[in-house]
Design a protein around this ligand. Sequence first.
Ligand SMILES: CC(C)(COP(=O)(O)OP(=O)(O)OC[C@H]1O[C@@H](n2cnc3c(N)ncnc32)[C@H](O)[C@@H]1OP(=O)(O)O)[C@@H](O)C(=O)NCCC(=O)NCCS
Length: 151
Amino acid sequence: MFEGDFSDHDWEHALGGMHALLWEGAELIGHASVVQRRLLHGGRALRAGYVEGVGVRADRRGRGHGAAVMQALERVMRGAYDLGALGATDEAAQFYVARGWTQWQGPCFALTPNGIRRTTADEGCIYVLAHAVGLDVFGELTCDWRDGDVW
Ligand SMILES: CC(C)(COP(=O)(O)OP(=O)(O)OC[C@H]1O[C@@H](n2cnc3c(N)ncnc32)[C@H](O)[C@@H]1OP(=O)(O)O)[C@@H](O)C(=O)NCCC(=O)NCCS
């Protein structure tokens, strides 16, 4: 389901929130989860539903399963969070855009143990789903700290 450089940190980032699991009989063929993070933007600490661990088994792609797990999580986001956010791979970016997610255009930062640091390498990869709060996607966006990929 997950390929390439899906690390232990990536898996750990997907835990602690709510999972959407897609089963075919006893076999898991699709997964995505949403965890709570704080994103600083416009002078507020927004409660973000951060999407992690999106994957459909390779031989089951292109059948609407990815859309189904995302739809379930987007419902949770609309009900429980100020906004949705995620860091997309280049390959999957258009999948999210087609679902109404918007690419963040402004500078991005992380609250690291050594202070606020710009995360230039992640800029262009961050997508948001706004519904409850107004967002200026050309403004600054800062995430809380964690080991592994911060975004
Ligand atoms: C991205 C992924 C989850 C999509 O799952 P999927 O089950 O193939 O997607 P769906 O069949 O539900 O596709 C829904 C729509 O998105 C489109 N789509 C799917 N993957 C796409 C992609 N990589 N780029 C552009 N569009 C895509 C489909 O064409 C479909 O469009 P339609 O509704 O107009 O027919 C799947 O390709 C995957 O597991 N990839 C490897 C892991 C990965 O990249 N995860 C994302 C990390 S951020």
